[in-house]
Design a protein around this ligand. Structure first.
Ligand code: PGA
Length: 255
């Protein structure tokens, strides 16, 4: 399988043949992290992009290659307000795609609460729990068409920790494919901040499909700016970006 590696603006970039190869590469990085440190703190992402990676992690678990029993997880974000039993919640997504299949300890799973009344308390407790765990060892990220990571929308404050976010129109529209109608998409979310993400020891960002090609080029080669939150990753010292050929369409000529 083709596996092209580049470095640009301090970012390691792998361009893989297709979605499946991208997913395999990401799964192998997570598996390596888990093997090297049994009690790794994993930062987890939702959305369509990481589904193939989760499928592969479940397979590896079933084949006894990896073990989740000491793993600690923190998800990036959750809609607000939403109940965990709502099929569009990220709590539900994580059960469906990973947690129900593996031996992760329930008390080690962290997802921002989409239903707790006191938002400030929820955010503060989340930041404290991440700090208490010793920060995230490996953070998985997707990227929005508008350059968001987690739900850190354009014009974010880079110094923010976990906080309540007003979702961008572009994000609401992009995510409406998971809901019956665009009106059903929650307008707010609780998200880890850029500060939490930047404190992660390693970061793996995945992207697939032509719709992401333009934003990736801008993120990798453009200025570091709050208008494109993912651009901050140029300032982190251990970021791996795993793309499929379509997502790499615009960047490839430059590398
Ligand atoms: P997607 O979402 O994986 O569904 O494209 C990525 C994101 O919005 O971060």
């Amino acid at each position: 399988m083709k596996d092209n590696k580049y470095v640009y603006n301090n970012l390691k970039i792998f361009i893989m043949e297709d979605y499946e190869a991208m997913s395999e590469k990401a799964a192998s990085m997570v598996a390596a992290q888990m093997t090297l440190k049994n009690d790794s703190v994993l930062g987890l992402a939702t959305g369509s992009t990481p589904e193939g990676m989760y499928r592969r992690l479940v397979q590896r678990y079933q084949q006894h290659q990896i073990d989740f029993h000491e793993i600690i997880s923190f998800n990036l974000d959750e809609y607000y307000p939403i109940l965990p039993e709502n099929k569009e919640s990220y709590a539900y997504y994580m059960e469906k795609n990973l947690f129900q299949f593996v031996n992760i300890a329930r008390q080690n799973i962290h997802i921002p609460s989409g239903s707790h009344q006191n938002i400030d308390e929820t955010c503060k407790a989340y930041d404290q729990a991440i700090a208490k765990a010793g920060n995230i060892d490996l953070q998985i990220l997707g990227i929005g068409n508008n350059g968001h990571i987690g739900f850190n929308e354009p014009d974010i404050k880079f110094e923010a920790g976990t906080h309540l976010v007003e979702l961008d129109e572009a994000t609401i529209l992009a995510n409406s494919r998971f809901f019956e109608s665009v009106e059903d998409v929650p307008k707010k979310a609780i998200s880890m901040g850029i500060r939490n993400i930047m404190h992660s020891k390693k970061i793996v960002l995945m992207a697939s499909g032509i719709a992401k090609a333009a934003v990736l080029k801008e993120m990798i080669t453009g200025p570091v700016t709050p208008n494109l939150p993912a651009s901050i990753l140029q300032l982190h010292n251990d970021v791996t970006i795993i793309l499929d050929e379509d997502a790499a369409k615009e960047i490839k000529a430059i590398l």
